[in-house]
Each structure stands twice: as structure tokens, then as C-alpha cells.
Design a protein around this ligand. Structure first.
Ligand code: FEO
Length: 401
């Protein structure tokens, strides 16, 4: 089935529903798209290949769209293996095909694969602002270092206004029958997995993402075609404005996020108590339990809210591992512009709050409340004053902004 996304441009990617995890760690309960695009002009040009899980279908798609024509060019935008499984296959299938690649991409390619000497001359190095003319379509190359790897190079088709955005604007989830974002309710159907993808994959590189957004702002972009997720052809500002927020670590929604881990349910009880009290004060609250949710969901929500209440048990004289895992993921992503509040539990030596703060101090640009709510085993009336102090500080922060 041929799927045309713009004049002469065909979707030749596919989706995988067999994988449980992306990059060996991130859950993908709704599968994963590996997108690729074939431009059929005077010359034929493929933009990236796919992950090994969908290679067979991808080769079929490319062959079907080419319909007996040869492939003249392959543009390699990103060397991560989820986009490179078929490079050598295509080189064998089309012995005259040239490969456009960035110099660093070529270095990485030789690290991942064995390139025969006879094929070395088929690789042509591409740099920022260089162009490839394949007929009426002219592809301009745009460096996008650290979005997501250092060698990333995007391509912009000046004829159709299509930005081939590599991992940028990608998403978790399998979407092929309905590949266009405008066939969905963006906020209801797409936003959460777009955000979870962005924050966990590229979220550390806000500065670089902002640089890229500035760089492409002068282009007349009509379509954004990422290597994962859906294709954007309408309301582009909707996703671009989200990227601007996420890349700047600014809050997406007003309100409070409660992140908690619990052993026997007593810490969960306190988290619920706080949630209810804040909701009673008409504050928007979202809670996530680290025991039952993968940390990637908590990282994603951490980009949404400015105010984050952490509730954790003390464990083995340290921090409960579920919370520890979240915090190390948080600091690894270098997320900033948050204010944290701490709730700790412990039966004989509660010390989770101090440890949580100590870990978070490895980031910069975050604030910390000094109102610590300490619970010994379970919430008691004697904890009410501390609870109210914490609630009052959160309320004042949210209402004063
Ligand atoms: Fe989809 Fe960074 O690879």
C-alpha cells in the first residue's frame, strides 16, 4: 500500500508491535513507529532506513514504491541503530546508490558496520547548509547536534516545505494506518506519548533543541516528518510550542505533581491526603506512584509541572530504590526550574528527605522547600501541623506563581 505524504514523497516506514521496550528500557505498550521517506523525482532519494524489527516490511515498501526504478541516494540523518539496519542491504541492492552522511555520522557508521574499501567512494560527506538537488526537490541539510546524538543532520525539502526532523517531534506508539497527526485529537490521543518520548530521549538537551528551533524558524515548514510517531501537516505550532516549553523546562500546566513510592501503603496514604487537600483548595494535582509506573512516565510528568512533592520511605538506612531510581533519572536529564517539597517516612530513623535533596542538589536551577513532613510509620494527628505547613507553602507558591 503506497502512502503519499506530499508531492512525490512516500512513506515507506513501518511499525513494530512486538517490542516491549525501546532502547532496551522504555516501555512501548502501544508499539513503535520507525519512519522512512522515499522521494520520487528525476532522481530517487530515501531519507533514512529503519530498525531491524521492521526491516523486512521496509524493504518491501521501498521496492514497491520504486516500482522497478533504482535508488539513487540514501540520506543518513542519524546513526542510532533504530534507523540504520538496512543501509548495507540497500547498498547491495542498488550498487550505484550514493549515501549522503555527515562526517561524524560516517565515523559512527564505520564503528557499527564493516564498510568494504570498494564502497568507500559511495559515501559523500554533507555539511550544514549544503544541498542535494534531485529534480524539483532540493534538500537542504541542517545540523542538529544532540537532537538526539551529536552527528544528527536534518533535511529540509524546499519544494514541499517538508522538514525531515529525525528524532525531533517523534513519539512512542505505532501509527501507520493513520500516520497524520491531524487525524487525531492531539491533546487527548498524542500529547502524552509525544511528551514521554521527547522528555526521556531528548529532554536533557533543551539548549540544543532551542538552538535548532531558532535555526529552523526562518524556514517555510509545511510538513514535519519525524523518524518516529506521526507526521504533522496542520497546526504545526501546536507541537512546536510544546517543544519550546519542554526545551526551556517551563511548566506546561499550572498545578502540582506528587511523585511517591510506598512499601506498605502508609506513604501512599499521605500522598493521597496531600492530593485531596490541594484539590479542596482548587489546585490541579496529578499523582504518580513509582511502584506501579515506569520511571519514564514520572520523568515526562516532571516536565509538565513546576511544583513537585516527593514522598518516599526510608529504606535500609537509605532511600527506597523506586524513588532513588526516579531521582537519578531526573538529575541525569538535568531538568531545572522546579520547586521540590519533601515527605519522608521511616519507622526508626526517617532520613529520606535529606537524601532526596542531596541527590537533587546535583542539578542546578531548582528550589527546595525547608518544610519537611516527617512520618514515623504512619500518619498521626501529631503530624497535622507539619502537613498544614507544607500544604500552605504549596498553595502560596501555586497561587503566587
Ligand atoms: Fe530514533 Fe536517536 O534514534
Amino acid at each position: 500500500m503506497e502512502l503519499k505524504i506530499a508531492e512525490d514523497i512516500y512513506y515507506v516506514g513501518s511499525y513494530s508491535k512486538d517490542q516491549n521496550q525501546f532502547e532496551g528500557a522504555l516501555p512501548i505498550p502501544n508499539g513503535m513507529n520507525y519512519n522512512s521517506y522515499l522521494i520520487m523525482d528525476e532522481k530517487t532519494c530515501l531519507v533514512d532506513t529503519v530498525d531491524v524489527h521492521v526491516k523486512e516490511q521496509f524493504i518491501k515498501n521501498v521496492t514497491e514504491v520504486l516500482n522497478g526504478k533504482k535508488l539513487d541516494y540514501l540520506i543518513v540523518q542519524h546513526l542510532e541503530p533504530d534507523h540504520t539496519s538496512a543501509i548495507l542491504d540497500l547498498m547491495k541492492m542498488f550498487p550505484l546508490m550514493e549515501v549522503k552522511i555527515s562526517p561524524m555520522g560516517f565515523k559512527f557508521l564505520k564503528q557499527f558496520f564493516v564498510i568494504e574499501d570498494k564502497d568507500l567512494s559511495r559515501f559523500e560527506m554533507s555539511s550544514e547548509n549544503e544541498t542535494l538537488t534531485i529534480g524539483k526537490h532540493v534538500l537542504k541539510f541542517i545540523g542538529a547536534p544532540m537532537v538526539h546524538w551529536p552527528e544528527v543532520m536534518l533535511s529540509f525539502d524546499t519544494y514541499t516545505g517538508t522538514l525531515f526532523s529525525a528524532d525531533g517531534f517523534g513519539s512512542f506508539g505505532a501509527y501507520v494506518d493513520k500516520i497524520f497527526a491531524d487525524l487525531y485529537d492531539f491533546n487527548k490521543d498524542l500529547l502524552d506519548e509525544n511528551r514521554r518520548y521527547y522528555t526521556n530521549i531528548v529532554g536533557k538537551y533543551g539548549i540544543q533543541v532551542n538552538n535548532l528551533l531558532n535555526k529552523v524558524s526562518s524556514l517555510n515548514i509545511k510538513i514535519i516528518s519525524p523518524l518516529h510517531g506521526v507526521i504533522f501537516r496542520k497546526d504545526l505550532l501546536e507541537i512546536i510550542s510544546k517543544y519550546k516549553l519542554w526545551a526551556s523546562y517551563k511548566e506546561e500546566k499550572q498545578g502540582v505533581l506528587i511523585v511517591y513510592s510506598t512499601v506498605y501503603g502508609h506513604t501512599k496514604f499521605v500522598a493521597s491526603l496531600i492530593e485531596n487537600k490541594l484539590k479542596d483548595a482548587s489546585i490541579n494535582v496529578e499523582s504518580i506512584c513509582l511502584n506501579t509506573n515506569d520511571v519514564s512516565y514520572a520523568i515526562s510528568l516532571s516536565f509538565v509541572y513546576k511544583y513537585i512533592i516527593l514522598c518516599s520511605t526510608t529504606f535500609n538506612m537509605g532511600l527506597y530504590t523506586k524513588m532513588e531510581n526516579y531521582l537519578y533519572d531526573f538529575i541525569e536529564h538535568q531538568i531545572s526550574n522546579k520547586k521540590f517539597y519533601f515527605v519522608e517516612n521511616g519507622t526508626w530513623a526517617p532520613q529520606a528527605a535529606g537524601i532526596m535533596k542531596q541527590i537533587l542538589m546535583k542539578t542546578s536551577g531548582n528550589q527546595y522547600s525547608s518544610n519537611v513532613l516527617t512520618i514515623r510509620s504512619s500518619f498521626k494527628c501529631e503530624n497535622s501541623d507539619s502537613l498544614n505547613n507544607l500544604i500552605n507553602e504549596v498553595k502560596a507558591d501555586v497561587f503566587l506563581g
